[in-house]
Design a protein around this ligand. Sequence first.
Ligand SMILES: C[S@@+](CC[C@H](N)C(=O)[O-])C[C@H]1O[C@@H](n2cnc3c(N)ncnc32)[C@H](O)[C@@H]1O
Length: 229
Amino acid sequence: MMSAVTNTFENVKAVILSAHKSTTSRDKVNFYNTWAENYDQDVAVLDYRAPSLAANSISSHFSGDREAAVVLDVACGTGLVAKQMKKHGFGHFVGLDGSKAMLELARETELYRDLKQSMLGEEPLPVQWGLFDVVVIVGALSIGQVPVDVVRDLCKSAKPGGYICMTTRSNRDNLEYKDALERELKQMEEEALWSRVEVTEVEDWERAVSEQEDGYISGSVYLYKKLQQ
Ligand SMILES: C[S@@+](CC[C@H](N)C(=O)[O-])C[C@H]1O[C@@H](n2cnc3c(N)ncnc32)[C@H](O)[C@@H]1O
């Protein structure tokens, strides 16, 4: 199949701004169903680097057997995180996402051993607890997408000693969400569920699309290690 012509930045901006009309997670997932086919090309136009930033953070701390490690990619979308992690030697991925069309593209990458459709926040993660060496969620912990309390399930899914990597945006419309997320991460540290390994603040996270911002927005990568209980 011939690939579609690459969108201009203005077009991509219009697509993303149209998604802001999605008020519920279900609306948002329906939006991703319509965006799936152009997603990889469009996020490249936005200079979206979150998957490689998360993969770098995991890779610089993970010391186990990468080929044997089982990675849970939550809100996997089309599979950009698995593609990046594969470059660092990881090879066994399980993906979850609410959007059927995004999952179909993830399936076509042939990187995932298993892919499941799941609405995060509405049901517990459809996985066995305590099984995964790495749990990663990129580009989905933000306002209108995955609710903050899902991070508890991310931690439950990891093995004791396993890593949990999460990203969020730090621009204006996501600041309240980011505060709530950071409070929850800290609370879970106080409950001795996990310990903080590193938090990377990134200035040039991705290109800004809102009317109030221009240039690049910033974002963060959080890496935690589940404690042995
Ligand atoms: C920006 S994309 C990120 C995809 C991939 N992780 C990446 O970095 O390219 C967000 C993904 O989260 C999914 N998503 C958003 N909210 C969700 C929810 N509540 N339940 C399940 N999936 C959700 C969307 O379907 C979409 O595939």
